[in-house]
Design a protein around this ligand. Structure first.
Ligand code: FSO
Ligand code: SF4
Length: 542
């Protein structure tokens, strides 16, 4: 196997024996093959569109879910991945039959075989099948961005929001990663275009979420526990959240969020449920301890799954793109009501969660809420009470080097405000960082996709201050990345013209030296240093 799509890749170069994430070589191989056939079907759909033919939403959803399934920590279930490959091969055959011109299709579009031939084929179509390291780097950078985009697209689709333009781009760009006639310059341009559609994809999801559930608002979230049994829901899918809250109402079972589901508490539509008790635990990588002590069943709606311990494996359920062998998967297509009754009955037999923390955290600073406070925020900037905003969005992870972000948050000057989104926040959202004239020094916009809100806020501030360039704002970008959703967020920021983004704790292994050079020279992308050095870099000498 060879996989280098996430920040924790072995030796900062690539997982070759098994994944640091727990992905087996067999699953890695089937994921490679799934990406391959998905690129193939995307070439067919792209050509169908060029021929003026319509591609159905079902096919768009199939492609989106295929990519999402291969995101880091989403699906460890080989058979689930194989079944998607088989479905995709069938769909390819049918769609190819609708093509007027079948000449010069890539082999990925035409390939079909029996299950027993999958492993041999997978060994020839992985990342290393592109020999030139710069072309490989750009193809993977684009593919990972599209994986992130697919995750956001899937959540919007679950709320019956589709954007045919985003789907058409995603498929065209995927197909282009098969095209040997494209050189580095064309792929760099495609990378930036991916960022453009990243903005569109996040805007689509923002619209879907806020239309369905209202605009996130400032909210104090309880981090303690009640005395009734509970279900812990994690991942990012708000439609699943809604169905679970509805189905648990009046059952005597409480609902808690874990990790990236925390921002669900900020939405008016969910706040009304009295059994929606609070947020339990921290970021995804703490699952082993926190799922153990939660005592009740856990529903993973997306990544990030940590391979579960036997002690709670029978309490772990998956749905949507998520999967783990031996854990029960709750089915349900887009538009269908999922049946969570099995989880609810399971919860009733469990003890209440063991308390691991008490108190509250504050969040809900998505664009609508921050813009409602615009006068206060702008006043604080004008008076000098706020000197800098520091965007610290992104992901958390296991690496000890990520303690940098806790130390960095602590070391920030008292007139700096952190803007965050994604699970990166758990590195500093329980510190006592205080407020500036009533504005908390950590403003949490929501999930990683809500980085969109941070971009909207930046663009609004640029307008209010009458600036020509977004980079003239007093905003520093110090982003922590882990998996492919962070890649699409990064590409979206680059597309919006944001320069000098610092990315850590390490730069992606999939950037070849030449591709890294392009990003450094054109966008000022940089890594991180020590907290001390970075304080001096960002704020000057004391
Ligand atoms: Fe985190 Fe995982 Fe949201 Fe990612 S839970 S790491 S970028 O999946 O998606 O922030
Ligand atoms: Fe390794 Fe990350 Fe790939 Fe898992 S997702 S196999 S940890 S590079």
């Amino acid at each position: 196997m060879f996989c280098y799509q996430c920040q924790e890749t072995a030796g900062c170069s690539g997982c070759t024996q098994s994944g640091v994430c727990g992905k087996s070589p067999e699953v890695a191989a089937m994921q490679d093959l799934l990406v391959y056939v998905t690129k193939g079907i995307s070439e067919i759909t792209t050509r169908l569109r060029e021929e003026g033919k319509k591609v159905s939403p079902e096919i768009n959803h199939l492609i989106t879910l295929n990519l999402f399934t291969t995101i880091t920590n989403a699906n460890f279930d080989e058979e689930a991945v194989v079944s998607r490959i088989i479905t995709t091969i069938e769909a390819k055959k049918e769609l190819a039959g609708q093509l007027g011109n079948k000449n010069n299709l890539n082999e990925a579009a035409l390939w079909e075989a029996d299950r027993k031939e999958f492993a041999a084929k997978a060994a020839t179509v992985g990342v290393l099948s592109t020999e030139n390291e710069d072309i490989r780097s750009l193809r993977e950078l684009i593919t990972y961005g599209l994986k992130g985009l697919s995750a956001y697209g899937k959540h919007a689709n679950a709320l019956l929001n589709d954007d045919e333009e985003v789907d058409a781009f995603l498929q065209k760009a995927l197909a282009k990663t098969l095209d040997d006639s494209l050189g580095a310059d064309e792929l760099v341009a495609l990378t930036l275009e991916t960022g453009k559609y990243g903005v569109n994809g996040m805007a689509l999801l923002d619209k879907a979420n806020t239309t369905a559930y209202g605009n996130p608002e400032i909210t104090k979230v309880n981090i303690g526990v009640g005395n009734r049994p509970g279900i812990l829901i994690s991942g990012h899918d708000l439609r699943d959240m809604e169905m679970l809250l509805k189905q648990t109402e009046g059952t005597g079972v409480d609902v808690y969020t874990h990790s990236e589901m925390l921002p669900a508490h900020y939405y008016p539509a969910f706040k009304k449920y009295s059994h929606f008790v609070g947020n339990y635990g921290n970021a995804w990588w703490k699952q082993k301890e926190e799922f153990e002590s939660f005592n009740g069943p856990i529903l993973m709606t997306t990544n990030c799954i940590v391979p579960p311990k036997d002690s709670y494996k029978d309490r772990l359920y998956t749905t949507g793109a998520a999967g783990f062998p031996g854990c029960r998967h709750i089915p349900g297509e887009i538009g269908e009501e999922k049946d969570f009754s099995e989880i609810i009955e399971h919860a009733k037999k469990c003890a209440a969660p063991t308390e691991i923390e008490t108190g509250e955290i504050v969040g809900g600073f998505a664009h609508n809420q921050v813009l409602a406070l615009a006068d206060t925020v702008v006043g604080a900037v004008k008076s000098g009470a706020i000197k800098k905003f520091v965007v610290m969005a992104g992901c958390d992870g296991r690496a000890k080097s990520r303690n940098y972000y806790t130390d960095f948050a602590k070391a920030l000057p008292k007139d700096a405000v952190i803007l965050t989104a994604g699970c990166a926040k758990y590195k500093y959202n329980k510190l006592e960082l205080g407020d500036i004239g009533g504005i908390p020094r950590v403003l949490d916009a929501g999930q990683c996709n809500d980085s969109y809100s941070l971009a909207v806020i930046a663009l609004k501030l640029k307008e209010v201050f009458g600036l020509e360039d977004i980079n003239d704002l007093p905003i520093i970008y110090n982003i922590a990345w882990y998996e492919q959703k962070a890649v699409i967020v990064l590409l979206a920021l680059l597309y919006l013209g944001v320069k000098n983004i610092h990315l850590g704790p390490t730069l992606p292994a999939f950037l070849s030296p030449n591709v890294a050079k392009v990003l450094v020279e054109n966008f000022g992308i940089a890594g991180i240093g020590t907290v001390e050095d970075d304080m001096e870099l960002f704020f000057g000498k004391e």
